[in-house]
Write a protein that binds this ligand. Structure first.
Ligand code: ARG
Length: 473
């Protein structure tokens, strides 16, 4: 049981309200509401907003030139404390905004109390999170660029190596290993594009919205945008304080990126098995077993695969929080920060680790080559050859199906059947079809711009190198 005696005092400096209450909040209520443990991460953005606000207060005459100077100096000192991880939070600080104001009053005296004019924590927190997300998008795009570069590097080094291409995890058609590796560059490029799109849409300033309806002091929303480097101003103060779709977009982009990475993690795990034996993960990205001394496990790729669950969870958590919230600000929105931080921080860990893993891969040319032939991998090529000889594909498919059945019975691959056997299946299968049983030719015939032919992949590499460099920059 909590009694009023145990409650926080009705007025204390780390809480930005209290005057209208005779007793302070109950301890359990306080414990639920306090957010400094996570929103302290926004100190940089909060102080940037405060600097912009101080300038605006000066422009409208609330702070004189001397006061502005003292205020800015105090905000700098405050930033120094945060940068040194030495900001003195108190248990009575409700959130990062309250903590900073409390500190300013301690540092500056009554001047510290002037900064709150014309703003609300509602527009402050929306501004802080937008600024944080903006930087996060930039950083993630750069990290994606580094991963793309690792793929480009590997694709370049292995140009000309064969690999089996799969559908249904059954061997389908032979490809160049580089073609498979470059597929990830384009998947990742869309991931980067989604982050860039989200960033472009969230790039609107919301300060000057006050609690919800704007403010009466003559503060200029465009001035905040200018100070904080936003591309524009959110046109509606109610929307500005109520909306978190910008955070949902960042989280969606993060979740899709995490899913891309989980597919990659899964492929690396498969390639590293004795059963596939296509690739070996470098020592620095492999782990051993505490009991089986021989083990070489792809834990990093597995963790990358596993982290997707958590990032998807972050997206679902915020979607669920925002769903059905009435306009404008509701305290539920305090729950926006942790999922956003978690998703971004997770990807900050994951991306460099998977980049190193990809760079560390050594491929087994012989095993890849052996797996890319056999298994009737050139059956489609043979059917397409029949098409060029005037056979309808529907019939060609049946004919080659029969050829495959025959070869299976004989225990040979397509090139192991003798010409007479082939001709007996269909007259168009004369001796010249043997040219279709060459893997390298099969690959180089696929010479559309998106194909696996050596020339196509070489051209693709140039494009891939460009997008990687653009994201990296
Ligand atoms: N800590 C709050 C949040 O993160 C700040 C805004 C509080 N606003 C309010 N009206 N209680 O959302």
């Amino acid at each position: 049981m909590t009694t009023d005696d145990q409650a926080i005092p009705a007025t204390d400096a780390g809480r930005l309200w209290g005057g209208r209450f005779s007793v302070g909040p109950d301890e359990a209520a306080w414990a639920l509401g306090v957010s400094t443990s996570f929103d302290r991460k926004l100190w940089r953005q909060d102080l940037a907003g405060s600097r912009a606000h101080a300038h605006e207060l000066h422009r409208i005459g609330v702070l004189d030139a001397g006061e502005l100077e003292r205020m800015l100096a105090a905000l700098d000192r405050c930033a120094g404390l945060f940068a040194d991880d030495a900001f003195p939070f108190l248990p009575t600080d409700e959130d990062v905004h309250g903590a900073i104001e409390r500190w300013l009053v301690e540092d500056l005296g009554p001047l510290g109390g002037k900064l709150r004019a014309g703003r609300s924590r509602n527009d402050q927190i929306a501004s802080d999170l937008r600024l944080w997300c903006r930087d996060a998008c930039d950083e993630l795009v750069m990290l994606i660029g580094a991963l793309q570069e690792a793929f480009v590097e590997q694709a370049e080094q292995h140009l000309g190596w064969l690999a089996p291409g799969y559908t249904h995890l059954q061997r389908g058609q032979p490809v160049l290993l580089s073609h498979h590796l470059l597929a990830y560059v384009w998947m990742l490029d869309r991931d980067a594009g989604r982050l860039r799109d989200a960033r472009a849409r969230l790039d609107q300033s919301v300060l000057g919205s006050g609690a919800l309806a704007g403010q009466t002091l003559g503060l200029d929303p465009a001035a905040y945008a200018e100070h904080l480097g936003f591309a524009g101003v959110a046109p509606n103060s109610m929307d500005a304080v109520a909306s978190r779709d910008f955070a949902l977009e960042v989280l969606s982009a993060c979740a899709i990126l995490a899913v891309t990475l989980s597919r990659l993690g899964e492929e690396i795990v498969l390639w590293a098995t004795a059963e596939f034996g296509f690739a070996r993960v470098g020592d620095g990205f492999s782990t051993g077993s505490s009991i089986m001394p021989q083990k070489r496990n792809p834990d990093i790729a597995e963790l990358v695969r596993g982290k997707a669950g958590r990032v998807i969870g972050d997206l679902v958590a915020l979607l669920t929080t925002v769903k059905a919230l009435p306009l404008t600000y509701d305290r539920d929105l305090q729950e926006d920060k942790e999922p956003v931080f978690d998703a971004v921080d997770t990807l900050r860990l994951v991306l460099p680790a998977i980049t190193g893993t990809v760079a560390s891969l050594t491929f087994d040319r012989d095993r890849l080559a052996a797996a890319s032939v056999g298994g009737f991998a050139l059956a489609t090529d043979l059917a397409e050859e029949l098409v060029t000889r005037g056979v309808a594909f529907r019939d060609a498919h049946e004919v080659v199906g029969e050829v495959v059945r025959l070869a299976e019975e004989r225990g040979v691959d397509l090139d192991g059947l003798d010409p007479a056997e082939l001709a007996a299946v269909h007259p168009a299968l004369d001796e010249s079809v043997a040219a279709r049983f060459d893997v390298q030719q099969a690959i180089d015939r696929r010479d559309g711009v998106n194909g696996t032919a050596t020339a196509s992949v070489r051209a693709q590499l140039d494009g891939a190198r460009e997008v990687a460099a653009a994201n990296r920059a």
